[in-house]
Each structure stands twice: as structure tokens, then as C-alpha cells.
Design a protein around this ligand. Structure first.
Ligand SMILES: C[S@@+](CC[C@H](N)C(=O)[O-])C[C@H]1O[C@@H](n2cnc3c(N)ncnc32)[C@H](O)[C@@H]1O
Length: 243
């Protein structure tokens, strides 16, 4: 019998949603959702195909387009980074995964207010999506400030594990990119150890400034501003090697 993977996130539900947030979850999210598991293997480009039925809420948020690239954000929290990157890159199709309903509701507010047609969402564990994505179908992936699970007995709940790194290497195309960020020293080491062990990822950083300085295209996240970790944030940019 197969077991569900260990839970890597804290809560999926928080305070009751506002009426507007609930309306967006009920009425807009169904139009933007990554197709259900019965749909089998996922070709992310096809998710953005023009849909005959728009949400009726704020066209063209739920209407389609042909993305030049696919960028995946795992654990987008309140969606600040996802929304801003989607605004900056209207020709890119974004997939955002986040189990926390309030975070998804905030992202939906951003999608509606900015009328963004280039985002699809999964309200749940990202691994339900990554396991179905076609090989090499993602151009860039962001995992920013993943839950640190600092206690040793919780390390098994960390999202970055050897098998998940292998999954990322499978779905990011050769030449594509992966960005990890954290403000926990022990998790930073943990991440690097696992990424560097997988020969499919290359880390080109040479000096401390390369990982201590936020990348030029980074968008500061809400979690980051809280400074909850035990060190200033670090950013690890990897390239998916061609085999
Ligand atoms: C510490 S928060 C950081 C949120 C956001 N990236 C930021 O920097 O503000 C980590 C987020 O990852 C989400 N998360 C944890 N495990 C996840 C998983 N397996 N799939 C998708 N999201 C996950 C959590 O729900 C949480 O919102």
C-alpha cells in the first residue's frame, strides 16, 4: 500500500475568510485550478489554452493565452512574489501551489485586481502537481522560505529531501533554473547538501555576496520581512544541467 508523503506544511486553514475572499475561492478559483488528478500527466502549457467559459468575474483573468515559458512557485504564502512576477512577465505562464486557504485567497485578490490571465493555482500540496508534470516542462521553479522545521525530530517534514530534489531535476528542463531561499542556517546547509549531491544541478555562486545578496529579480516576500529565522536570508540559484 502506498503512503501519503509526510506533511511539510503547518496549517491549511486559518481565520475565517472575508466575504470577498470566500467569493473568489468559490467563483474564480475553479476557473484557474490545475486540472484534477483524473486528467493524468500534466502538460502545463495546455493549462493556459483559451478556455471557452470565462469566470464571468473579471475577464480576462480566467481566459487563456500561449505562454512562452512556465514558472512554478511552490509554497507562495500570501502570493506577493507570484503576483509581482506574473505582472512583470505577462508572457510567462505561472503555476502557484499553496495549501493555506488564506494565502490562496490573497493570491486570487491579486489576480483579480491586476487582471492576470497568466496564473494557475493548486490549493494543496505541490507534490500532487509536481508528480504529474511532464519531464522538462518547467523553465523556472521558486521555493522561497520553505517551512524550516528547525527541530531535529521534524527534519523529515522538510520539503527539500533527496527524492524531491530528484523530482525537481526531472521536471525542470535542462538549462532551466531553480531558486531556493531560507533564513535558517541549518536548513541552508541541508538544502545545499542535497542539491549539490544531485549532479543535475549546478551552483555557480563563488563568493558569499552571490548568495547573501537578494537576486536582482527577487521580490521580497511577507515571510521574509518577518525575519523569523536565525540569520539574514540567503538565495541559492541553481541551473539544471544538460545531461
Ligand atoms: C514559511 S512560508 C513562506 C511563504 C512564502 N514563500 C513567503 O516567503 O512569504 C512556507 C509556505 O510553504 C507552504 N508549503 C509547505 N509545504 C508545502 C507543499 N508541500 N506544497 C506547497 N506549499 C507548501 C506553506 O503552507 C507556507 O505557506
Amino acid at each position: 500500500m502506498e503512503h501519503a508523503p509526510l506533511r511539510t506544511f503547518g496549517r491549511a486553514k486559518g481565520r475565517p475568510l472575508s466575504a470577498r475572499q470566500q467569493t473568489l475561492i468559490d467563483a474564480l478559483l475553479p476557473h484557474l485550478e490545475v486540472p484534477e488528478a483524473e486528467a493524468g500527466e500534466l502538460d502545463p502549457r495546455a493549462m493556459f489554452d483559451p478556455q471557452p467559459e470565462a469566470s464571468g468575474l473579471t475577464p480576462p483573468a480566467a481566459t487563456g493565452f500561449t505562454p512562452k515559458e512556465i514558472w512554478l512557485e511552490i509554497g507562495f504564502g500570501g502570493g506577493e512574489h507570484l503576483i509581482e512576477q506574473a505582472r512583470r512577465h505577462p508572457d510567462v505562464g505561472f503555476i502557484g501551489c499553496e495549501p493555506f486557504n488564506e494565502g490562496v485567497a490573497k493570491a486570487l485578490v491579486g489576480i483579480e485586481e491586476n487582471n492576470l490571465p497568466n496564473i494557475r493555482l493548486h490549493m494543496g500540496d505541490a507534490r500532487e502537481v509536481t508528480m504529474r508534470l511532464k519531464d522538462g516542462s518547467v523553465d523556472r521553479c521558486f521555493i522561497l522560505f520553505a517551512d524550516p522545521w528547525p527541530k531535529a525530530r521534524h527534519h523529515k517534514r522538510r520539503l527539500i529531501q533527496e527524492d524531491f530534489v530528484a523530482e525537481l531535476a526531472r521536471l525542470i528542463r535542462p538549462g532551466g533554473a531553480l531558486r531556493l531561499a531560507t533564513d535558517w542556517a541549518d536548513y541552508a546547509e541541508w538544502m545545499l547538501e542535497r542539491l549539490l549531491r544531485d549532479r543535475r544541478f549546478e551552483w555557480r555562486a563563488r563568493r558569499a555576496a552571490d548568495w547573501k545578496t537578494p537576486p536582482a529579480d527577487h521580490v521580497t516576500t511577507r515571510y521574509e520581512t518577518k525575519k523569523l529565522g536565525d540569520m539574514p536570508p540567503v538565495f541559492f540559484d541553481f541551473i539544471r544541467r544538460s545531461e
